[in-house]
Ligand binder design. Structure first.
Ligand code: 13P
Length: 256
């Protein structure tokens, strides 16, 4: 069975003191035992050490970076390398979030380089994919996601692929309050799992965690997390308040 994961992606939000209070509150109010899901805080770079220290020693909480450099090291002002993340004991990093793809023009080659550097440094990439509104309107969502998989995550060997977590985030659902319906989410998640079966094996597909992201919140998380091929969520806005994030974590806990 795939690992069940509830991950919060803070994006460029919260000040340092707010970050500390939020992580402390979420850990304090959430179940922390062997039956609980893995809960991840994907925080801005300056808060990684804090998040790492606060989650260390818990059973179910971990810190993640939201990005890393596609270069190994050297004269790249402003960049943060995978090995730097590893030196802070960070175990997870988002790769290819649609905001990175659209605003920062990240392409497949860069995303592949990032995933390989992360995996060399024993960091699990949380690889994001998803179609835009225009692509969905033209019924191109399957082609778009297949192409993203073929050119990015499917370039990995089976061994390395098995370490990756996938997040399906339809771009039209991110930050819009308009979530994919249960039917739409299940359809794409099942498509992703079948593609993994074809590319690697049924066993690999059945072990891969596929998270849903895009306006996932307290009200819709139960329906989404109950779907056969949805193994958790990547939560933006609703991860910025302890009450809502704790409720979403508890929803997954109750379903396990
Ligand atoms: P929202 O939950 O705010 O729609 O953001 C989703 C997301 O982009 C998570 O990475």
């Amino acid at each position: 069975m795939p690992l069940k994961i509830v991950a919060g992606n803070w994006k460029m939000n919260l000040l340092f003191h707010e970050a500390e209070a939020l992580i402390r509150e979420v850990i304090e109010k959430s179940p922390d035992n062997e039956n609980a899901p893995l809960n991840i805080f994907a925080v801005p770079f300056p808060y990684l050490n804090l998040a790492q220290n606060l989650t260390q020693g818990t059973k179910n909480f971990a810190a993640a970076a939201q990005n890393c450099s596609s270069f190994k090291s050297g004269a790249y002002t402003g960049e943060v390398s995978a090995s730097m993340l590893a030196s802070l004991n960070i175990k997870y990093c988002l790769v290819g979030h649609s905001e990175r793809r659209t605003i920062f023009k990240e392409n497949a080659d860069e995303l592949v380089a990032k995933m390989n550097l992360l995996l060399e440094n024993h960091i699990i990439p949380i690889w994001c994919c998803g179609e835009s509104l225009n692509e969905r309107k033209q019924n191109k969502q399957f082609d778009v996601i297949q192409h993203q998989m073929n050119t990015e995550v499917f370039t990995l060997t089976q061994d390395l692929f098995e370490k990756v977590v996938i997040a399906y985030e339809p771009v039209w659902a991110i930050g819009t309050g308009l979530s994919a319906t249960a039917e739409q989410a299940q359809e794409i998640h099942s498509f992703i799992r079948k593609s993994i079966s074809k590319k690697y094996s049924d066993d690999t597909a059945n072990k891969t965690s596929i998270l849903y992201g895009g306006s996932c919140n307290v009200d819709n998380s139960k329906e989404l997390f109950s779907l056969k091929d949805v193994d958790g969520g990547l939560i933006g806005g609703a991860s910025l308040k302890s009450d809502s994030f704790v409720k979403i974590i508890s929803t997954m806990y109750e379903l396990l």
